[in-house]
Design a protein around this ligand. Structure first.
Ligand code: R1P
Length: 290
């Protein structure tokens, strides 16, 4: 088997992987992603004990145990481009022999759960509520760099493109399912479910207008009233579709949980956005430890 060249799989002088600064023994099989590096400690403060901690750029990782379960929590920073780095490097840690630079014969599957913040697109999904993404809908185009046809929900995508009259000048929207196994584990009475849309920016790409006019001012309305087989688009953020797409391609389980801190349909913002995030952290940790 051909070795993966040092230019393609970059290691630090201590043998850790380039951006994440991690070696295989540093990570658990259950991994929580957060966007904000300061949210890592907000999760690990609930751990029984901490065994490892590192940070490089926006990628901070802490591994420890919660109620006896080994969990790593890691910040991804903002956006799907960072998810490309995080997912590929995490997968390399468990599925590539870093010394001999060849894929390992036995595949290791990770359980990846995002605890994020997001804006609701539906008036009836209020601020301070939780949303679990059954599907990720990517406007970011990142996944399309890969040979990804097998993981795409093409009919769902076609219906969305038709409904929104999506501009061919923008990347084709892609849709990928979550892990139904993790969905079952993380579901609960108070958790809304639907499609989480992932944008490649915060302002124009999510329909926010400050000084620049946008390509389709009606897009958020069209997203709001789209439905496919009884599933609607619940919320908008910047990571889920990329996590879902690369997890499916690389053979990992993924499920994204978001605390709703803004409601784009009625213009409201949480009075205390840290509160629903803290509640979602405790909710998710307890579900994972069960
Ligand atoms: C934008 O403010 C950031 O917040 C949301 C978006 O997805 C984006 O990353 O999530 P996090 O709070 O997890 O970073």
């Amino acid at each position: 088997m051909n070795k993966i060249a040092p230019s393609e799989l970059i290691l630090n002088p201590d043998g850790s992987i380039y951006h994440l600064n991690l070696k295989p023994e540093h990570i658990a099989k259950d991994i929580i992603f957060v966007g904000d590096q300061n949210r890592v400690a907000k999760i690990s403060k609930h751990f029984d004990s901490i065994e490892f901690e590192t940070q490089k750029r926006e990628f901070k990782t802490i591994t420890g145990t919660y109620k006896g379960k080994r969990i790593s929590v890691m910040s991804t920073g903002i956006g799907p481009d960072n998810i490309d780095i995080v997912m590929n490097e995490l997968d390399a840690l468990v599925n590539i022999d870093l010394i001999n630079r060849v894929p390992l014969k036995e595949h290791t599957k990770l359980n990846i759960v995002r605890i994020g913040t997001s804006g609701s697109l539906q008036a009836d999904i209020p601020v301070d509520s939780f949303v679990l993404a059954k599907y990720g809908l990517g406007f970011d185009g990142m996944l399309l760099s890969y040979d990804c046809d097998e993981v795409l929900e093409s009919d769902f995508e076609d219906a969305f493109i038709k409904h929104t009259n999506w501009s061919p000048r923008k990347a084709r929207p892609y849709i990928v399912k979550n892990s139904r196994e993790l969905q079952t584990k993380l579901s609960g009475d108070k958790v809304f479910q639907g499609v989480t849309a992932t944008a490649v920016g915060f302002y124009g790409p999510q329909g926010r207008v400050l000084r620049l006019p946008i390509q389709d001012p009606d897009l958020n309305n069209k997203i709001d009233n789209f439905e496919y087989n009884g599933v609607r688009i619940t919320n908008l953020e910047m990571e889920t579709s990329a996590i879902y797409g690369l997890s499916k391609l690389l053979g990992h389980n993924a499920c994204s949980m978001n605390a709703i801190i803004a409601n784009r349909a009625n213009g409201t913002f949480s009075e205390d956005p840290y509160k629903p995030v803290e509640e979602l952290i405790i909710y998710t940790l307890n579900k994972l430890a069960q």
